[in-house]
Write a protein that binds this ligand. Structure first.
Ligand code: NAD
Ligand code: UDP
Length: 322
């Protein structure tokens, strides 16, 4: 019989996963952490490795689960590269992480009767034609473009999750996370918040893709984490959007980072990547109604904390952004 206080976290050495492991241990839960370290950093887990309630296994989420994983009464599935340059570099691994990973964990949850929380993404809405994006919107995704390994992989995982709920009564739920940022973003992984901060702090030009008028909505990691914990504790199925409805252009973000870092870097314009969504903003009434959740951290505060973190990282090494 699985134990609800034993929690399997896949993608545990990543940005959000490592914060999640800490939060679960702080709640007194036992954490079985799994990661293949493709984009994660084992250094994020250094402080946890000596903890009695914590174990780490280097393993692919698509591999057959080991018998000890049936002990976990709760499973958080975060294993998947999330930065566009990373997931586009290994599209096969990306699609398999989502699809095989979801399949393995749904099978596992079926056997162990665990509750599974799958982290889906705002990318299931693609380049949206509806604004802001409500969970009922089906999306506008290119099925065979540069981003499809990620977008369609996540969409297939959602479909599989619903199929296992319907046919096998597996207790699985999902959240759709919108751009999350904060300390432990990998400084070189190419996402816009880390790129701009690293460039500003190193005195390099900030690379704005396209004309910079495309928008994103940035959610601080502690807010995203809080929503994941509430969703797991709820009996909800989802999908539930998890994001901050404050919408900003990339030009606004760049100017804000320059102001907060005091940097004299300039902006340079680079070609917009293929299929880059033009607008993105979550509609979060479902999260408010079902989970009593809404984000608390304002963009400026979250960026200050993230800049503080990056000053520490860059104090010891120089970083080249992707
Ligand atoms: P991240 O790249 O920092 O972390 C992902 C982790 O998964 C890494 O540690 C990586 O090594 C691991 N991983 C990748 N493929 C794996 C595999 N096949 N087997 C085992 N481990 C594997 O990314 P993140 O920002 O922490 O994102 C975590 C999850 O949240 C991802 O599933 C991502 O799709 C989802 N998400 C994140 C955001 C965001 O803005 N950060 C937005 C939407 C969805
Ligand atoms: N972006 C940018 N400069 C960079 C990195 C990204 O202007 O150095 C843009 C990118 O084109 C996109 C937005 O910032 O429009 C968010 O990119 P990110 O990769 O962080 O996330 P995603 O596109 O997956 O939302």
């Amino acid at each position: 019989m699985s134990d609800p206080d034993t929690v399997l976290v896949t993608g545990a050495a990543g940005f959000i996963g490592s914060h999640l492991c800490e939060a679960l241990l702080a709640r007194g839960q036992r954490v079985m952490a799994l990661d293949n370290l493709s984009t994660g950093d084992i250094g994020h887990l250094d402080r946890l490795l000596g903890h009695r309630g914590f174990t780490f296994t280097r393993r692919d989420v698509g591999a057959e689960p080991t018998p000890d994983m049936t002990q976990a009464g709760r499973i958080y599935n975060l294993a998947c590269p999330a930065s566009p340059p990373h997931y586009q570099k290994s599209p096969v691994d990306t699609v398999l992480s989502s699809v095989l990973g979801a399949w393995r964990l749904l099978e596992l949850a079926g056997v162990s009767r665990a509750r599974l929380l799958h982290t889906s993404t705002s990318e299931v809405y693609g380049d949206p034609e509806v604004h802001p994006q409500h969970e009922n919107y089906w999306g506008h995704v290119n099925p065979n473009g540069a981003r499809s390994c990620y977008d369609e992989g996540k969409r297939c995982a959602e479909a599989m999750l619903m199929a296992y709920r319907q046919q096998r009564a597996v207790d699985a739920c999902m959240v759709r996370i919108f751009n999350t940022y904060g300390p432990r973003l990998s400084p070189g992984d190419g996402r816009v918040v880390s790129n701009f901060i690293v460039q500003a702090l190193q005195g390099e030009d900030l690379t704005v893709y396209g004309d910079g008028h495309q928008t994103r909505s940035f959610c601080y990691v502690s807010d995203t984490l809080h929503a994941l914990l509430l969703m797991m504790d709820s009996g909800e199925t989802g999908p539930v959007n998890v994001g901050n409805p404050g919408e900003h252009t990339m030009l606004e973000l760049a100017e804000l980072v320059l102001r907060l870092t005091g940097s004299r870097s300039r902006l340079v314009f680079r070609p917009l990547p293929q299929d880059d969504p033009r607008r993105r903003c979550p509609e979060i009434s479902r999260a408010k109604a079902l989970l009593g959740w809404q984000p608390e951290v304002a963009l400026e505060d979250g960026l200050q904390r993230t800049i503080h973190h990056f000053r520490g990282v860059l104090g010891v090494r120089r970083v080249t952004v992707a």
